[in-house]
Design a protein around this ligand. Structure first.
Ligand code: GYE
Length: 307
């Protein structure tokens, strides 16, 4: 009944596996669905879960991880708030002999042997899908089209890659003119407040809004309506995630296109935890399958949506 599981060694535990999970925050509906999925899947798999919410602070994530080391958990999983700054803490975990799984967002570290695998979406591809939609939607016009981008959390993978994928795709056509690109931290409140101030400055010059998640798009919709413009008509709105609230707005015609990002990573994570304990070799990257939503498919999907 050993409590240490050195990396790569095959061990059958005669007690439940203990998993420490450092969640980055509770900033969005996506995140809350992700946390719930992980809690439910742990219960289902009979895994003891130590769950810590870092409220968007990397420092708090470090504290949680050190606590997990102290508790001698079997596996540590981390959903990292930003990409940089992880080398030294992951070194501490490696020295403690605890395997690490990276979930959702990426860590940008020198030595990738410090984690076993990364489970998450292809955010660059999500950005490309958003850009491709815009190109098709605007195929009929050669006039300049001013767009605004609401970015997520500075330094976070989904914000960096959703931005890059989108920009790389639309830059093939010079009619797309970026009016503003601002951070709104993936939250509803900041989406509304940032959009409010951009509207004060640019008003009806704005033809398109690309929001890096649904919560910011929903906040921005409030600001647009308050300003007296019609979301989805005066301003084309594209967003990412595919939460129930966003699909409902699509059905009302207030959001035009949503790229799906799947938060239900719990079952996959528990499977990986089990495989690590069994000593199996895992791929370095496990990509989540995802699609896109138009008004028609939103209508079909909305009632199945749990989040
Ligand atoms: O899209 C957003 C959340 O990291 C994929 O974080 C996740 C993103 C998600 O706040 O809503």
């Amino acid at each position: 009944n050993s409590s240490t599981t050195p990396l790569g060694e095959s061990i059958t535990l005669s007690r439940p596996i203990v998993l420490g999970f450092s969640q980055l925050g509770s900033e969005s509906d996506w995140r809350n669905a992700n946390s719930l999925s992980i809690k439910e899947a742990a219960k289902e798999a009979g895994i003891d879960l130590l769950f810590e919410n870092a409220e968007q602070s990397q420092k708090k994530q470090f504290e949680a991880i050190r606590y997990f080391i102290e508790q001698k958990v079997d596996v540590i999983a981390i959903a990292p708030v930003i990409q940089s700054g992880w080398d030294s803490i992951l070194n501490e975990v490696q020295e403690a002999g605890i395997p690490v799984i990276i979930v959702d967002r990426v860590v940008d570290i020198e030595d990738i042997s410090r984690y076993v695998t990364f489970i998450g979406s292809d955010f660059y591809e999500e950005g490309r899908k958003a850009g491709k939609y815009l190109i098709d939607k605007m195929a009929g016009t050669s006039d300049p089209i001013g767009f605004v981008e609401l970015k997520g959390t500075a330094g976070s993978t989904p914000s960096i890659e959703r931005g890059n994928g989108f920009q790389d795709t639309i830059k093939q056509q010079d009619k797309f003119v970026m009016l503003k690109s601002q951070y709104a931290d993936f939250t509803h409140e900041q989406g509304r407040d940032v959009m409010r101030s951009i509207l004060q400055e640019m008003g009806s010059e704005i033809k398109v809004l690309y929001a890096h998640n649904d919560d910011m798009a929903l906040g921005a919709i409030e600001a647009i309506e308050e300003y007296g413009l019609e979301p989805g008509k005066d301003i084309i709105i594209i967003s990412v995630d595919g939460t129930r609230k966003a699909l409902e707005k699509m059905i009302e015609g207030k959001i035009n296109f949503v790229v799906e990002c799947n938060p239900l990573l719990g079952p996959n994570l528990m499977q990986v935890v089990n495989e690590i304990i069994e000593g199996r070799t895992l791929p370095k990257r496990i990509v989540t399958a995802e699609s896109v939503f138009t008004e028609v498919t939103a209508e079909r999907e909305v009632n199945n949506r749990k989040y």
